[in-house]
Ligand binder design. Structure first.
Ligand code: GDP
Length: 408
């Protein structure tokens, strides 16, 4: 398979309060993109991102494994998504902090009934502090008492967020059947098997939904000059609205919001499209900062730049640890000798893997913007910076905020 270029990569996390449906959602996204072929039930501990046995027993996500998959949006080209599992439980604040350091954007999942719960509030604020662009998915729209508008209001009240609803759910609770796409002026109809059909608005639907689209365009236009101009001239087309939404989301002006039901595999395709359309690629993110013996260094995401990667997660497996590395700059190759900042010694890159669902595939190298697992490094520890021995770089260390730990 040809790997798409870096502008088509999305390294993202899914953040949520426990029980909002993050595990179910992750699994449905992987299923929808073809990365897994059989949907396991969350209850039996078979969910794909649940890597280790402790996690399976507890039924909560305590590790932050990175899983790769591909999604094609309408039009040419495939996008590569790397889902970085971010723990929802506050006991793992440092892990949350670590995953926020290495992802480029995130999907915040809220329960349509419970709304914005305290743990999602905490992680939301952490994400904001790291300048991570966000989109939101209001899950469990199939449940009795689901309230999309209520969740939008809670986002304003509790998160000081500026939510931009990208659509309107058709039907409620058990009769949930589709999604009106306000940006693409289409209707997505969901079936019971996770399938969907998309068609353009009819004349009646155009009359019915245009006011909501106008409100969305007007709200985004407050943060985007090109859209504001087109809005005043009455010439907002779908491509411009989408591009403006992307620009405004990347600068953190607001949060595109979608809705559906992960459990019933409804709304996954719109969410995948939104991930591609509105979350950043590694190239959209600010350059990483590192320290070297000679002072501070700026590291733009350039494969030809100096090597700099952060080990953010160790997953222990039967055959030894897997060290997950986010590369900010440079190229990491099998056979390289690299400098590990904390150990203060050289490490040989014996094997590199990318994880696709529950399998690892060997790769010969990884470049800036990619996430890769290094196998065979016995005393690997998270927080290490990998760089050339001659550079000896150190990416900033990760610390949990006391305010986060004291919550609840
Ligand atoms: P996590 O703790 O955020 O990872 O949440 P889980 O994915 O484990 O889901 C928590 C519970 O909510 C499980 O019993 C799921 O089956 C259920 N659940 C998840 N998504 C939905 C949904 O869209 N609708 C309904 N009705 N239940 C859901």
């Amino acid at each position: 398979m040809n790997v798409p270029t870096a502008s088509r990569w999305r390294n993202l996390g899914i953040i949520a309060h426990i029980d909002a449906g993050k595990t179910t959602l992750t699994e449905r996204l992987l299923w929808k993109t073809g990365a897994i072929h059989r949907m396991g039930e969350v209850h039996d501990g078979a969910a794909t991102t649940d890597f280790n046995p402790i996690e399976r027993q507890r039924g909560i996500t305590i590790t932050a494994a990175a899983v790769q998959t591909y999604w094609s949006v309408a039009g040419p080209g495939e996008h590569r998504l790397t889902l970085i599992d971010t723990p929802g439980h506050i006991d793992f604040a440092i892990e949350v902090e670590r995953s926020l350091r290495v992802l480029d954007g995130a999907v915040a999942v809220f329960c349509a009934v419970a709304g914005v719960q305290p743990q999602s509030e905490t992680v939301w604020r952490q994400a904001r502090r790291h300048g991570v662009p966000l989109i939101a998915f209001v899950n469990k729209m199939d449940r009795t008492g689901a309230d999309f508008a209520g969740v939008l209001q809670q986002m304003r009240d509790k998160l000081d967020a500026n939510p931009w609803p990208l659509g309107i759910a058709l039907g409620t609770e058990s009769a949930l059947r589709g999604w009106v796409d306000l940006v693409g002026r289409s209707v997505v109809l969901w079936d019971e098997d996770g399938g969907f059909e998309r068609r353009p608005w009819s004349a009646e639907e155009t009359a019915e939904y245009s006011p909501a689209r106008e409100r969305l365009a007007e709200a985004v236009a407050d943060h985007d000059d090109a859209l504001a101009e087109a809005f005043l001239a009455g010439t907002v087309d779908d491509a411009l609205l989408k591009a403006a939404l992307r620009r405004a989301t990347l600068k953190g002006a607001g949060v595109p919001v979608l809705a559906g039901s992960a459990f019933r595999t409804k709304g996954m395709e719109s969410l995948l499209d939104a991930i591609v359309d509105y979350l950043p690629s590694p190239l959209d993110r600010p350059a990483a900062q590192a320290q070297s013996g000679a002072g501070a260094v700026e590291l733009p995401p350039d494969a030809a730049g100096p090597l700099a990667g952060l080990v953010f997660k160790i997953v222990h497996q039967e055959h030894g640890p897997l060290a997950f590395v986010r590369l900010y700059s440079g190229t990491l190759k099998v056979g390289d000798m690299v400098w590990a900042s904390r150990r203060g010694r050289r490490v040989r890159v014996g094997r590199l893997l990318v994880v696709q669902a529950d399998r690892g595939s060997d790769v010969a190298q990884a470049v800036a913007g990619e996430i890769v697992a290094l196998a065979g490094w016995k005393d690997a520890a998270s927080g290490e910076t990998l760089s050339a021995e001659t550079d000896r770089l150190e990416l900033p260390s990760i610390q949990a905020q006391p305010a986060v730990l004291s919550w609840r």
